[in-house]
Design a protein around this ligand. Structure first.
Ligand code: ADP
Length: 283
């Protein structure tokens, strides 16, 4: 089987400004891929191109083996999408939202009812099937969005900041759903601002800044590239970081310092690497 998602030299220009610039990467079937980047990096625009909501200005995109521009219908049939904006209809009931989506995808009965029941049960919303969506909590709404995105049995799921604004327990619950779907064979691309979410869920990580991919790999690869040991120096209001290939090298550096005040050694994590690469602290 070919790549689940493949971008080759993709650009998107708005008002003569490239907001996605020469982006190339591949996601293999069965991967959970995390796209990270500060606000304005181009993550949402990338997801919008991958999900056929907007066309690239140049470059090639294939999703589930189909061209995202010339075969957008086939792409739509093979992907599930949970975006911030494409929210569920709050004036309809849970079941009506599912029913509407099932009809849009031409899933006929009795299969449609079977799948609605199956996915509502999977995300734990069976008891809420007749509730109006506006009465649901944020976590329930997000689970409904996921159930709806799964109704037409996609191969690839796109999740744009799936756990933003949710309490820690609800986030954990969604993480378990994401991992379980992946175990069942689903390829997943997610964007997030939460480093621990990426560390917990993602097989590989792409970091974007200014429309470009500035780093790509597993967490272990990123740590090896940038340094697994860190010396942190506390200055009045801020912290200074110095990366070392490993903890021993960081400790050696510390020992050699005549003044060790405010100095500390620890293993590097994804947030350290992110800040080092983008120069931004996340909001
Ligand atoms: P991210 O999701 O990483 O925060 P976005 O893809 O939303 O980044 O935005 C990248 C840049 O593209 C931003 O500077 C944003 O203002 C700009 N942008 C996004 N969509 C449009 C649009 N429809 N028209 C003009 N500029 C846009």
């Amino acid at each position: 089987m070919g790549a689940a998602v493949d971008l080759q030299k993709v650009c998107k220009v708005y008002n003569k400004i490239p907001v996605v610039n020469d982006l190339s990467f591949t996601i293999e079937p069965g991967e959970i891929f995390g796209l990270l980047g500060p606000n304005g990096a181009g993550k949402s625009t990338t997801i919008r191109m991958l999900t056929t909501l907007t066309r690239p200005s140049s470059g090639e995109i294939s999703v589930a083996g189909y061209d995202a521009v010339r075969q957008s219908l086939q792409v739509k049939n093979h992907i599930g999408v949970v975006l911030q904006q494409t929210s569920v209809d709050i004036d309809l009931s849970v079941w009506e939202n599912m029913e509407f989506h099932g009809r849009l995808h031409h899933i006929s009965n009795p299969q449609r009812q079977h799948r609605i029941n199956q996915w509502l049960d999977y995300v734990g919303l069976t008891e809420k099937r007749d509730a109006l969506v506006k009465t649901l909590s944020g976590g329930m709404k997000r689970r409904l969005q996921i159930a709806r995105a799964l109704l037409h049995q996609p191969d690839i799921l796109f999740l744009d900041e799936p756990t933003v604004g949710l309490d820690p327990q609800t986030r954990r619950r969604l993480w378990e759903i994401i991992l379980d779907l992946n175990k069942q064979g689903m390829t997943i691309l997610l964007t997030t601002h939460y480093m621990e979410e990426v560390e917990y869920l993602c097989d590989r990580i792409g970091i974007m800044d200014g429309g470009k991919l500035i780093s790509l790999g597993t967490l272990q690869q990123l740590r090896q590239q940038h340094g697994e040991g860190l010396v942190v120096k506390q200055k009045e209001e801020s912290w200074e970081y110095k990366f070392f290939p490993n903890l021993e090298a960081a400790n050696l550096y510390l020992e050699q310092q005549p003044d060790k005040t405010g100095l500390m050694v620890r293993p590097s994590n994804l947030e350290d690497i992110f800040v080092e690469l983008t120069g931004h602290q996340l909001d």
